[in-house]
Design a protein around this ligand. Structure first.
Ligand SMILES: C[S@@+](CC[C@H](N)C(=O)[O-])C[C@H]1O[C@@H](n2cnc3c(N)ncnc32)[C@H](O)[C@@H]1O
Length: 340
């Protein structure tokens, strides 16, 4: 086999030269021998600092990063391969597969293959029943690996302990949480309605300098995970969590807030009047909704009407799309200011 032979001292220089000339063999690894090194090359070339030789030995083969297609090509047809969704949600050490009906019989095989492919994953589950009910929980079915639905997830500098069925959580909204945290000014009092296992509360605590953050959550299991997560991340001194219905908890809380986050996209606007009663003049409410682009104008009117009924004057500063639900329909966040 053809190789460029040089000393270890000149190895870097020679390697760069070979790369530049595009003659370095990509399928094999270089071989060291005492103070010398052989670089496998694809064609004869003259070069400074190295001699081209023909070796009698063969070079170690480079391990290529494998893909799901490579691992499954002998077990699935080309049509079946195309049906495997490429972007999977990963929460902690659990991958959540969305298996199309046509591949149901192959779901275990696909799950086991993903497990082999990705060292950081210990369990592969499939989406079963979608998020529903007041607690917005879902069900998943374990397909391969460790039989657990609980995991530890990292996002935006925080650690969250979660259970895929007992609490709502979406890794896909991590960027949106950081967008909110970046708006929080030092010493703000923040309220997160519908706080779940506390991802918003913690991302704000970690990435901003609020005075206090309150969270309200109706699901006892989510509230319990939130409590553990606050302790685990060391924010007990600035966070206060309440278990119960926002409508019942709000009257117990005596103070008003600089910022209120409302991450309950399906029906958050039903609680908008409650938020208006607790926001300081000049404060910001982040109201989430699932909307088609065509529905934005009507939704803005609905919000303004609620404010009018509550005798509050608001300014809708902006809305951002922070996730796609279906073609044309997005998870949107409306940033709304209570006028002074
Ligand atoms: C879409 S999840 C968001 C959870 C969390 N903020 C997150 O981003 O992961 C909405 C949460 O609101 C809670 N919830 C629903 N209705 C509520 C109410 N009336 N009062 C308090 N929490 C409520 C649900 O239990 C659920 O955990």
């Amino acid at each position: 086999m053809l190789a460029a032979f040089t000393t270890l001292q000149n190895a870097e220089k020679v390697k760069r030269f070979l790369q530049k000339k595009e003659v370095l063999h990509h399928e094999y690894l270089p071989l060291k021998e005492m103070q010398t090194i052989y670089f496998p090359i694809t064609k004869r070339i003259t070069m400074p600092n190295a001699k081209v030789v023909t070796t009698k030995f063969s070079f170690p083969i480079k391990k290529k990063p494998q893909t799901i297609d490579q691992l499954l090509k002998s077990k699935l047809t080309a049509t079946q391969l195309k049906l495997i969704p490429r972007s999977q949600e990963i929460i902690g050490k659990i991958m959540i597969l969305e298996v199309p009906d046509q591949l149901k019989k192959k779901e275990k095989l696909i799950a086991e293959t993903y497990l082999k492919l990705n060292n950081s994953i210990e369990t592969v589950v499939r989406k079963d029943k979608i998020h529903s009910g007041v607690y917005r929980t879902r069900t998943v079915k374990i397909l391969a690996g460790k039989r657990t639905k609980e995991t530890t997830h990292y996002e935006n500098g925080i650690t969250l302990q979660l259970h895929l069925e007992k609490t709502y959580y979406s890794a896909r909204t991590a960027n949106e949480r950081l967008r909110i945290a970046k708006q929080v000014k030092p010493q703000e009092d923040v309220l997160v309605m519908f706080s779940g296992a506390a991802p918003y509360v913690l991302v704000i605590a970690q990435n901003a300098r609020p005075k206090k953050i309150y969270g309200i959550e109706i699901n006892p299991m989510a509230h319990s995970y939130a409590g553990k997560n606050i302790i685990m991340n060391g924010f007990s001194s600035i966070v206060k969590l309440f278990e119960g219905d926002v409508r019942k908890i709000i009257p117990i809380i005596k103070k008003k807030f600089d910022r209120i986050v409302m991450p309950l996209p399906k029906i958050a606007e039903e609680f908008f009047n409650v938020a208006l009663s607790k926001i300081k003049p000049g404060g910001i409410i982040h109201l989430y909704a699932f909307l088609h682009e065509n529905e934005v104008a009507l939704y803005k009117k609905k919000i303004r009407d609620i404010a009018k009924q509550s005798k509050k004057s608001i300014q809708i500063q902006r809305y951002v799309k922070c996730g796609q639900f279906s073609p044309g329909t997005f998870r949107m966040c409306f940033d709304i200011k209570l006028k002074k």
